[in-house]
Design a protein around this ligand. Sequence first.
Ligand code: MFN
Ligand code: ZN
Ligand code: ZN
Length: 570
Amino acid sequence: MEYILKNGIVYDPANGVNGEKKDIMFKDDKIVDSVSDNAKVIDVTDKIVMPAGVDIHAHIAGPKLVVGRLYRPEDSRRGVTQKTAHEKGESGFSIPSCPTTGYRYSRMGYGTVCEAAMPPLEAKHTHEEINTIPNIDVAPLPLFGNNWVVMEYAKENKIDELAAYVSAWLKLSKGYGIKIVNPCGTEAWGWGMNVHGYDDSAPYFDVTSRQVVRALTKVNEKLGLPHSIHIHPNDLGHPGNTGTTIETLASVKDIAKSTLPSASIRDQVMHCTHLQFHSYTGTSWKNAGSGAPDVAKFINHNKYLTGDVGQVTFDETTTMTADGPMEYDLYKLSGLKWANKDVECETGSGIIPCIYSPKNPVNTLQWAVGLELFLLINDPWQLCLTTDSPNGGPFIRYPRVISWLMSNKRRMEMIENREVHKWAEKRTTLATLDREYDFNDIAIITRAAPAKIDGYTDRGALTPGFKADIAVYDIKPNEFDPSRNPKEVEKAFSRALYTIKDGQILVKDGEIVQTKPSHTIWTNVTGLEDQEAKVIEDIMPFFKQYYSVKWSNYKVHDHYVPNPIKIDVP
Ligand code: MFN
Ligand code: ZN
Ligand code: ZN
């Protein structure tokens, strides 16, 4: 089937197209540069056309989500809709059902989401969930930062063995890249402890967070993985954590990016996630302030770094993270119902509701710190829009965050009318920042940059040969002032005029008109088969002694991933 999207105003930052009136053509599932006279015309005259959105960091599938749904029926009762001709019924707000997740991303014009935390031991389950999410492609990141084998190899600086281990485990779990959460800290939580500093070690392992992160960064670049390491640093959510954050960012400066072609699309060697939760000053919540200016300055000076924000959106949400000890801290603060889980030999997790209120000084500080990061990090290619869904708020709030970024007027109104607590003004620089994003900047932080940082070479741009993943929004940018119309901005980005995925129209006028199965994107390192076999043989006594599952049940078999996009890394 051939289509021509006619006369749209196109924002395609990867190709340097900034608001040009242009036709975009696609044939079957790919963008093309010409079509025949038989092509079906879709008139989008003067409306915004962008590549489909790419989310670099969200929690959408896996055991944490299931626990959240089970123990928060009050969340599952929100957002309930009846079954329609095209959709199963929806349910849930911060932890929607799997089909709901697909519909809602699709309605916002998104096509790809990185599931940011998959324990290898629970990878089968995670893939089963991914398979029930329609319309979006999902790239799951296996967790490596508290894995016992990783910690042992990192301690001994056995980079070759660790590389073989990582490449074997990407295959075993069908994972996309290396995720690190609170390195050594989640392991310490097994003993009721945490690590706060970057040079603290995990009990009984005698290895520091710094050693683990550096070893995994070297491995990532040695293997030439398309994405860099993706790190949630130590000390999340604690006043005074800015120092640990900057130490973490600084610690990989001397590690060169891989020269392999598989890594050539990206510039960074470290992607640091939900920076907002890592940018606080002070010694307690009473005297806490913003570390955003320091973190932003560091990122502005160092092109080897990228990040996403983890913006707080003032919602009642459910937080969930492999950072088990941090969730216990939140439980001590809020007293809300709390779930905790150990994943033997690999990681852990905690889950707890969080009610972010604009009347709460600390939550307002968090909101303002997130916006400061957006406004103080100069190069939008180094930053991605996230709420760390659902941790700072659910992903359906992205359009609201976009409206805040495009309107200084709206931000000042919130501060001056005391819609938010006065800490936003007193404890951060937000009220002094008048930068406003334009539509091109928005296209960068929601699709072009995350695609590049994730290392995708088939999406995030409207390049001929790329996937026909396209979003059209009901705004005429040449006749519209986003600064003065934040509500309209939010509405338009919430309900795409068209969402096209793999050349199929899935959303029209903000409604789902079709669903399709998702693809799972995973990385297949080739050429290390002998080393992988050797590492598996070496660790087998450990596996048999410490894991309670059999090796034969551990691997994610091919049938768990019925629609793979396998990225071969030679
Ligand atoms: C990432 O996974 C990931 O992370 C992320 O809530 C997450 O109330 C999960 O106990 C948080 N508040 C304070 O201590 C504030 C001080 C308070 C006080 O007690 O004094 N001050 C005020 O109320 C101010 C009043 C005066 C004024 O100045 O206006 C704490 C409390 C809190 C703090 C609670 N912290 C947690 C935040 C962290 C991480 C949430 C979520 C997090 C989720 N993932 O005259 C005058 O001016 C009067 C002044 C006022 C007065 O005194 O009245 C994964 O993958
Ligand atoms: Zn995290
Ligand atoms: Zn996260």
